[in-house]
Design a protein around this ligand. Structure first.
Ligand code: AMP
Length: 558
């Protein structure tokens, strides 16, 4: 039987925006700095941008990478790409040039939309572009040549200071104003299908190579449909957006969710606790989604006591483990009426479980709730591959309840990675460990995949180890996460040096800082002799044991 919710999600994100803009044309969609953009105005900008993209040759299935911190143009390009069926690649602006280049290459991005300046003009992106695309500021857009990025056809710059090799975003909008492009856009939009890929979200995974999780229009829509029902989000709600749009949390959750519910986004370029508290007061925020670190930072801010937070109703917390003490403080000291915990992965609709508004605090503080009707969830015993008993921990596996309602299409051009992650009968192995409690609520207990989360950002040891192994003085490196009060976890590297080599911890950290996004850079470095690494009988390092031992030496409880 086709259920109502499944019918409702038989749409594309282009359709969803069109419907919301028609229902609430004068409602504010996004408030950013001095800009207040209504749904009608946003829709108009998206249409112009979509027509402009078509006019410069972007087609359904052409991957469009977005490399910018939060701004209105980010949202416009996001929905314009959805409207024409061009998969969107949100690129984390914390990546370093080599990481960025590897992502653009693997994803075969045809178009890179970027800002010349990031974070209030503090970063000029031109030298980075020069490294990837030599001569980008010398020749015109038609002559762009990027030997490292053979598929890249065009750059679109969203600032006034446009490098010579890029097209100006303003010009794209201008081109898209002509009525003659309208028919093209209608034709293009009609070809987009709910099963088309909407987002390609990159992670590094356990091999260290970037891999792009493919999610369809329908995946996130199905989860968000249930999410809106569970959390009563609606028009009139004012949603804070401080997480980066370039993450699953930002683009596949906050922005899509708000468009679906017809609510308003109050957005900052990046999260800063003092500014967030001020925005809650001045913009009367009702709904606050964030990673645990964001709440911990606001709770520790000296401005907390003086800010008027009376508008706050619902806090959404997810993406990383959150302690019961933090959840209690969010209710008591910030005045949230409801706190909802959720759990999910970008490869599986972004979200798969959540608690309910009327759950008692014990449930909200210790579980991530129940699965949405759009996904099936099993806890699997790793040895028997059978369902675990209630209370018994096992790996969390996810499955579609209806075709396309949960599990994405695997990884972009990495069939082997998809085969590893998804069983022949469609179950996605999350690598997370959990158990069901007596009421069927999911409790997370840890991870079997080699990953840790730093302030909401996933860090993959394999990737960091691969960088450390390029250091001529390092013979072997093992990286893992250790607990950290504010960030949840931070990286720790155990390093064995080449014979006679001399290196100190600061030099190791500086080496990493040049080559990887800051959140990946290990905070602790320990030097060990080869014989000090605990090994399995097959010669592999016992990471858990090593982690426990090093954490004990560092005085950290694990
Ligand atoms: P991403 O694909 O970036 O959304 O990251 C997904 C991973 O984040 C999951 O596989 C979990 O390991 C972790 N995660 C997501 N939600 C939670 C949560 N509520 N508590 C702890 N870890 C979480």
């Amino acid at each position: 039987m086709i259920e109502g919710w499944y019918e409702e999600t038989n749409r594309t994100w282009g359709n969803v925006l069109a419907d919301t803009a028609e229902r609430y044309p004068q409602a504010e969609f996004v408030v950013y700095r001095e800009q207040r953009v209504t749904y009608a105005n946003f829709y108009e900008q998206v249409q112009r941008c979509a027509r402009g993209l078509l006019s410069v040759g972007v087609r359904r299935g052409d991957n469009v990478a977005l490399w910018m911190t939060n701004c209105v143009e980010w949202l416009v390009v996001q929905f314009a790409a959805y409207a024409i069926g061009a998969p969107l690649i949100p690129v984390n602006t914390r990546l370093k040039p080599d990481e960025l280049c590897a992502t653009l290459r693997q994803s075969r991005a045809s178009t890179l939309v970027f800002k010349r300046y990031l974070l209030g003009d503090s970063i000029d992106t031109l030298p980075w572009l020069e490294r990837m695309i030599p001569g980008v500021d010398r020749a015109g857009p038609q002559r762009m040549c990027a030997p490292e990025l053979p598929e890249l056809k065009r750059l679109i710059c969203c600032d006034a200071d446009v490098p010579r090799g890029a097209l100006a975003y303003a010009q794209i909008l201008e081109t898209g104003q002509g009525w003659e492009c309208d028919a093209d856009l209608r034709r293009a939009a009609a070809r987009v299908n709910p099963f088309d890929v909407a987002n390609i979200v990159y992670t590094s995974g356990t091999t260290g190579a970037p891999k792009g999780g493919l999610s369809m229009h329908r995946n996130n829509m199905a989860a968000l449909y249930h999410w809106i029902e569970r959390t009563a989000l609606g028009p009139g709600d004012r949603v804070y957006l401080g997480v980066p749009l370039a993450t699953n949390f930002g683009c596949a959750y906050v922005s899509q969710l708000s468009v679906m519910a017809g609510s308003t986004i109050v957005m900052h370029e990046s999260f800063e606790p003092r500014l967030a508290l001020r925005a809650i007061e001045s913009e009367r925020i009702t709904w606050f989604p964030g990673a645990p670190t964001m709440y911990i930072m606001m709770l520790g801010s000296p401005e907390l006591g003086s800010a008027d937070l009376s508008s706050l109703r619902t806090a959404i917390v997810g993406g990383a483990p959150c302690t019961p003490a933090t959840i209690g403080a969010m209710k008591e000291r910030m005045g949230f009426r409801f706190v909802v915990q959720c759990y999910g992965l970008s490869e599986c609709a972004g979200l798969s479980t959540s608690t309910f508004l009327d759950d008692p605090i014990e449930k909200t503080a210790t579980t991530v709730g129940k699965p949405f009707p759009s996904c099936r969830l099993r806890i699997v015993n790793a040895d028997t591959l059978r369902d675990a008993e209630p209370g018994e921990p096992g790996e969390i596996w996810l499955h579609d309840a209806q075709p396309g309602s949960c599990v994405g299409k695997g990884y972009f051009e990495m069939p082997a990675a998809a085969n590893d992650a998804i069983t022949a009968d469609g179950w996605f192995r999350t690598g997370d460990v959990g158990s069901f409690d007596e009421d069927g609520y999911l409790r997370l207990c840890g991870r079997i995949k080699d990953m840790y989360i730093v302030g909401g950002f996933n860090a993959y040891p394999a990737e960091i180890e691969a960088v450390l192994h390029t250091h001529p003085k390092i013979r072997m490196a093992q990286v893992f996460g250790v607990p950290h009060e504010r960030l949840g976890e931070v990286g720790c590297a155990c390093v064995e040096l080449e014979p006679e080599a001399v290196l100190d911890g600061r030099e190791v950290i500086a080496f990493c800082q040049e080559r990887m996004a800051n959140y990946k850079v290990p905070r602790h470095v320990r030097f060990l002799r080869g014989t000090e690494f605990p090994l399995t009988s097959s010669g592999k390092v016992r990471k858990l044991e090593l982690r426990q031992r090093v954490a004990r030496d560092l005085g950290i409880e694990v």
